[in-house]
Design a protein around this ligand. Structure first.
Ligand code: HEC
Length: 193
C-alpha cells in the first residue's frame, strides 16, 4: 500500500540518519551499512530488496470469526466424549439396545426422571393426561398397544430428540437416565389396563 510504504520509508530514513549520527559520534566508519542500515533496507528503504516482515505471526495467523473454532477438526472427526446417535427414529428402533437391565435401582431412577420430565404432559400412568394438558396439546397414551410393540430404541430416540410438538430431553438427561426412563415406561405399560 502506498501510505504504508511511505511510512516505512520514513522510518527507514530516520533509522539511517540515527545510525549515521551515532556512527559519526563514535568515530566508527560503519555508516548506514551497519545493522540499522540493513534493517532500513529490509524494511523497505531499498525497493530493490525483497520486503521482510518483522515478527509476522499476528498478521499471518488464520482469522477467527466469533463462535468459530480456531482449528476446524478434520472431516468426519469425532470428539472423544461424543455420544453418537442414529439419524432417524427408524434406525434407532432397529439398532439401539437398552444397555441397562431393569432392576429396582434402575426403575427408581427411571421413575424419578419420568416424574421430573414427562409427567406434566404424559401423566403419572403415561395415559396422556398430565396436569398441563388443558393448556398444552394432549399427548398420546404411550401405554397403548401400538407403543407396547415399539422397541426400546424408539423411546430412547423420542426422549432424546422429541416428537413433532414434543420437545426433546437429550440436553437435560444423560443417556443412562433416558434408558432408565424407557424401563420405567415399560413398567407403566405393563401396569396399564
Ligand atoms: C411438554 C409436554 C411433553 C413432555 C414434557 C413430554 N412429552 Fe412426550 N409427547 C408430547 C406430545 C404433545 C406428544 C405427541 C407428539 C406429536 O406426535 O405431535 C408426545 C409424544 C410422545 C411419544 C410418542 C412419539 C411417537 O412418535 O408416537 C413418546 C414415546 C413420548 N412422548 C415419551 C415421552 C417421555 C418418555 C417424556 C419424558 C422424558 C416425554 N414424552 C415428555 C408431549 C410431551
Amino acid at each position: 500500500m502506498k501510505i504504508r510504504s511511505s511510512v516505512t520509508g520514513m522510518l527507514a530514513a530516520l533509522t539511517v540518519v540515527g545510525a549515521t549520527v551515532s556512527c559519526m559520534k563514535s568515530g566508527s566508519p560503519v555508516g548506514h551499512t551497519g545493522f540499522a542500515g540493513a534493517m532500513a533496507k529490509l524494511l523497505g528503504g531499498d525497493s530493490s530488496l525483497p520486503k521482510v516482515q518483522y515478527v509476522p505471526d499476528m498478521a499471518d495467523a488464520p482469522t477467527m470469526k466469533p463462535q468459530e473454532n480456531y482449528i476446524e477438526p478434520p472431516e468426519d472427526a469425532v470428539s472423544m466424549s461424543a455420544v453418537l446417535y442414529p439419524k432417524t427414529v427408524e434406525e434407532a428402533e432397529a439398532n439401539l439396545k437398552n444397555p441397562l437391565q431393569s432392576d429396582p435401582q434402575v426403575l427408581a431412577l427411571g421413575e424419578k426422571m419420568y416424574n421430573t420430565y414427562c409427567i406434566p404432559c404424559h401423566g403419572a400412568a403415561a395415559k396422556g393426561d398430565g396436569s398441563i394438558t388443558d393448556l398444552y396439546p394432549r399427548p398420546p397414551d404411550i401405554t397403548a398397544d401400538i407403543y407396547k410393540k415399539r422397541a426400546d430404541g424408539f423411546f430412547f430416540y423420542r426422549i432424546t430428540f422429541g416428537a413433532n410438538i414434543m420437545p426433546g430431553y437429550g440436553h437435560a438427561t444423560a443417556p443412562h437416565e433416558r434408558w432408565a426412563i424407557v424401563h420405567y415406561v415399560r413398567k407403566l405399560q405393563g401396569e396399564s389396563k
